[in-house]
Design a protein. Structure first.
Length: 376
């Protein structure tokens, strides 16, 4: 049985609460279905939150602990073997090839007896480690925001030129070609839709949901929207958006949650006011499987995820937050003010999820057969 893994620094959260963690986890589960043993080697840096991520593996529902110490945790989660280890260095040092970190990752790859390894986004240390070991593998670009970091790194561009490169969307693939001259193959995310399917509570159906991942994802925009729409209920997930000293009475703050269904069962309309180029925002499809339509900025690969599942605004990246908020207020009102229109959007979202679910296995199997299986 071939051993395929993902290796990186700060690339995985067992709660699967971010797109990279969830997408790579589902990808590995797909590869397990093809007959491989799959694993994750995740090296966590010294920041306090990373220590929390280290220990939450043991607390994740469904995890089977294999070993655990103050600086490491090894477990099996839904068939994926996960090894997390804490580094002594902060992220800014660990990602740029410090010799001690590089040696540790090389040793980890060798000890795992890896036959094929995925690296991700800005994880240049992991990319170099895989290159040094000579292990076959691929680099996956899921966030376009990290692509410009390679412009002044000719050594890593050279490594990428001799590595299989996947992009999460056509937008990301084209951006790679334009900026770095790197030719990639599009591999859209794989979803276990059952894992995101939640039961709605009827009285909460039209609550507006927002998943906060930081200021660049639209925190300021949503602050304006919430303030102007005081009679509309909102629910916010994510540790980056707190209630502050005087929390608005129309907002429920969930913080980080171990299961995103907690968020989706409270949400009737999803908002994604991201101010940066997105790769393929999977939350759109996670919501769609629950019949939740979305409103999003038309940035990066967002339209590829959205299709017919909601409304794309024409907000520009340099628009002030209050101007973007006006577009969201208008769109929210247009969706929620008419019961018939809202029901139609919910049906479109469900259909989008069904269409994607039908297509994703065929698409992924084609990529696997052409670009991975020959190297195993």
């Amino acid at each position: 049985m071939k051993r395929i893994g993902m290796v990186g620094v700060n690339t995985f959260n067992p709660n699967l609460c971010d797109g990279v963690s969830a997408s790579m986890f589902e990808l590995l589960r797909f590869l397990k279905q093809q007959g491989s043993h799959v694993f994750i080697l995740n090296y966590l840096t010294a920041e306090p939150y990373k220590t929390h991520v280290l220990h939450c593996l043991a607390e994740t529902p469904g995890s089977e602990i294999l070993s655990r110490g103050s600086h490491h945790c090894k477990a099996v989660l839904h068939g994926v073997e996960i090894h997390q280890e804490q580094l002594s260095r902060p992220e800014r040092e660990a990602l740029i090839g410090q010799p001690d970190v590089l040696k540790k990752i090389i040793r980890g790859i060798q000890d795992a007896h890896a036959d094929y390894v995925f690296t991700i986004d800005r994880n240049q240390t992991a990319l170099l480690a895989v290159s040094v070991t000579g292990t076959p593998g691929a680099h996956f670009f899921r966030s376009p925001a990290y692509i410009p970091e390679y412009i002044r790194q000719p050594m890593f561009i050279k490594i990428l030129e001799n590595t299989m490169v996947f992009a999460v969307s056509d937008f990301t693939r084209n951006y790679l070609s334009e900026l770095l001259g790197i030719q990639a193959v599009t591999w859209c995310p794989i979803f276990d839709f059952d894992r995101h399917l939640a039961a709605h509570r009827p009285e909460k159906t039209k609550t507006v949901g927002y998943y906060s991942a930081g200021k660049h994802k639209g925190d300021e925009v949503m602050a304006h929207v919430i303030r102007e729409m005081r009679h509309v209920p909102f629910v916010v997930m994510g540790r980056n958006y707190g209630p502050g000293a005087s929390p608005p009475p129309n907002v429920e703050y969930l913080g980080d949650v171990p299961d995103n269904r907690i968020f989706y069962e409270r949400t009737g309309l999803l908002t994604l006011p991201s101010m940066v180029e997105e790769g393929f925002p999977r939350v759109i499809l996670e919501a769609a499987v629950n019949g939740i339509p979305a409103i999003a900025n038309n940035v990066g690969g967002t339209s590829e995820a959205m299709d017919s599942a909601g409304i794309l605004t024409d907000a520009k990246k340099d628009d002030p937050p209050e101007k973007v908020a006006e577009k969201y207020i208008s769109a929210i009102r247009s969706v929620l003010s008419d019961d018939g229109a809202y029901a139609a959007w919910c049906q479109k979202a469900l259909q989008r999820a069904k269409d994607y679910e039908h297509e994703q296995y065929r698409m992924s199997l084609s990529v696997y057969d052409r670009h991975i299986q020959p190297y195993l």
